[in-house]
Ligand binder design. Sequence first.
Ligand SMILES: [Zn+2]
Length: 105
Amino acid sequence: MTCPKCRSSNVQRLRGYWEDLPAESPNRRRFAPPDEPGVQPVVALLAVIVGIAATVSGEVLAGLGITVAGLVWAAVLQRQVTAYRLSLAEYDASVICLAEYYVFA
Ligand SMILES: [Zn+2]
């Protein structure tokens, strides 16, 4: 495999390059894999459960509000997880040219 930009054959898988970097290297942040979303969509389901419980116990308006908010929140979190998976797949497919630190897929 060669770099599409400078034709150098001094290329390496981006993940392998990053894993071999020493901890103090300034390139560790620059070439790090995407950050995993901090909150899992399942957390939003707790809000939905609380909302349903409130609706059943007579707090209908508040309960429905919490339920809808929980569902919207779950959808947002799910979208973050999907975006993360896409960028992670892209990262894992990437190759770095060590002659000029150019990243390509
Ligand atoms: Zn190159």
